[in-house]
Write a protein that binds this ligand. Structure first.
Ligand code: GLN
Length: 197
């Protein structure tokens, strides 16, 4: 598996480590490549869109010509896991002129919507398809406030969706790459295979 981490800004190293862990648990050889230029995405089987600052990530992927390649990747039905700022960048509307959203995920979002006292928090979140709740780390997390008809909501907090699936794109408001738990990566990239003991 060729896994590309969009690496223009954000928690790139954590994502690279997380996909390596997830692939190892499935005995799947993985080549992880950090993407800062155009021309690399077309060789990737799966993509990871890290958390960070969505305004910066958006500006750089458009400037470097990576944005159109991500759209083509999704149009070809190839998997993407987008977390936090990555979710914002993938959305159809981030309600912020500085984010030229890719529209590969049919949701609109409120950036930093989880309120000042909850700027960062952790919660055990039940996720559709997972037997046990997921220990979710939220850092200035976006809330999803509108979901298109083709989008599956897999988890919510306070009635607001925080994990969604839209075709090949799985997105979370929280940061699964910051824990050792690979089950969100499994949902995105290994939906039909067992974790090896
Ligand atoms: N608040 C950030 C943004 O709007 C996202 C935070 C994160 O990715 N942890 O881009």
């Amino acid at each position: 598996m060729n896994a590309g981490v969009i690496a223009v800004q954000g928690d790139v190293a954590e994502h690279a480590a997380a996909i390596r862990r997830a692939a190892a648990a499935h005995d799947e050889p993985v080549e992880v490549v950090e993407i800062r230029d155009s021309g690399v995405v077309p060789d990737c089987d799966v993509l990871l869109m890290p958390g960070g600052e969505s305004t910066t990530i958006s500006r750089l992927i458009h400037r470097e010509g990576i944005a159109a390649e991500i759209r083509d990747h999704v149009a070809a039905g190839k998997p993407v896991l987008a977390t936090c700022a990555g979710l914002i960048v993938c959305s159809r509307d981030a309600k912020d002129d500085r984010v030229d959203a890719l529209g590969v995920l049919d949701v609109s979002v409120d950036r930093n919507a989880f309120g000042r006292q909850k700027d960062s928090f952790e919660a055990k979140v039940p996720v559709e398809g997972l037997e046990e709740p997921f220990h979710a780390v939220f850092i200035r997390a976006p809330a999803i406030d509108d979901v298109g008809s083709g989008v599956e909501v897999l988890a919510s907090v306070d009635g607001r969706p925080v994990t969604v699936r839209d075709g090949p794109v799985v997105a979370t408001s929280f940061h699964p790459e910051l824990t050792d738990d690979s089950r969100i990566h499994d949902l995105a990239f290994f939906p039909d295979t067992e974790v090896l003991a």
